[in-house]
Design a protein. Structure first.
Length: 324
């Protein structure tokens, strides 16, 4: 019930604000729910964006970021305006990065999260436990944790997993976009039929540590194997419903039906490509047109660019809706 109330508050506070004033009684209800219950965002890619385009600089994130050459989508003012109670900062690296280099880059990303939290002590505080989240939220700050976005980031090493936990990681996504040596991804060719025996060991160790198992990005078979093996609730940090949009990253009904018994949650991804099936189909057609133009115009990127502009003008993208 509490989750349903919180979701209702979210929908009202995002959809209705843009169109009409909120009824005072509804506004009071939203305020009451969000004061009592931490609104938790399961996935924010700000650390990677700081790496890619801002040399890891954490300066100027108190208010708007328009002064940056490449403005950001996250700052302390907008986190406050959105009433975020806890933030899981994504610790992401490219899925092609392997072994010791993957571990090094993950530690670098975890350090970026630590520097971000240290830079804004009036807004952010590290949360190591569930009790920390409640305490920090009650004190008016945003509880911060890290989430490792791909199992390959451990280099296949459980010692690395344990060190990530010690550095503040409180979930790990079992795969990212590529199948690992021990788990099948939703967007790559399967090799294990789900989780390998070592993949089950990873689940066991995460249970022992108290680290959430994130099943976004993994195949349906990997989801099922993880649910069979885990002794604790799982999460999907940023996935939507496959019955609404057939993207392989979304959660099928066969898995959704198992979540009540597990106690797990799906944290909905609001990106259009995961919400709107018409948009997913449109995006596939757009990719096909781009491939066609590149084949017809080798060595002429301007012709491809103009062709794509013409195609997009003739085929406007479908929009996702709150109803979807």
């Amino acid at each position: 019930m509490r989750s349903a109330v919180l979701l209702s508050a979210l929908l009202l506070s995002t959809a209705t604000i843009a169109q009409q004033p909120i009824d005072p009684k509804i506004k009071a209800r939203i305020d009451r729910v969000l004061k009592k219950t931490p609104l938790i965002d399961g996935h924010n890619d700000l650390p990677w964006e700081l790496r890619q385009n801002h040399e890891y600089s954490t300066e100027g994130l108190a208010g708007g970021t328009a002064s940056r050459e490449k403005p950001l989508m996250t700052d302390m003012a907008r986190l406050r305006e959105g009433r975020v109670g806890a933030q899981l900062w994504s610790v992401y690296i490219n899925a092609a990065t392997k072994g010791d280099e993957a571990i090094r880059q993950t530690i670098e990303q975890l350090d970026a999260v630590a520097r971000l939290v240290e830079a804004y002590p009036n807004d952010l505080e590290w949360a190591r436990t569930a009790d920390d989240i409640v305490r920090i939220h009650n004190q008016g700050r945003i509880a911060s944790m890290a989430g490792v976005e791909g199992g390959d980031q451990t280099g296949g090493n459980l010692a690395a997993l344990r060190q990530f936990y010690r550095l503040g990681a409180r979930y790990m996504t079992l795969t990212h976009s590529k199948t690992t040596d021990w788990a099948d991804s939703a967007t790559d060719a399967p090799r294990h039929g789900g989780l390998s025996p070592f993949g089950i060991k990873v689940v066991d160790e995460m249970n022992r540590l108290g680290m959430l198992i994130d099943l976004s990005h993994v195949s349906e078979e990997s989801m099922a194997d993880a649910l069979d093996a885990t002794k604790a609730p799982v999460i999907f940090s940023h996935s939507s419903a496959r019955a609404v949009n057939h993207h392989p990253r979304n959660v099928p009904d066969s898995i959704l039906q198992r979540l009540p018994a597990n106690g797990g949650v799906v944290m909905i991804n609001f990106y259009t490509g995961f919400i709107s099936e018409p948009y997913r189909q449109w995006n596939a057609l757009r990719a096909g047109e781009e491939a066609r133009l590149k084949s017809l115009n080798p060595g002429d990127p301007k012709a491809v660019e103009q062709g794509m502009k013409d195609w997009s003008a003739a085929h406007p993208a479908p929009l996702a809706t709150i109803e979807q």
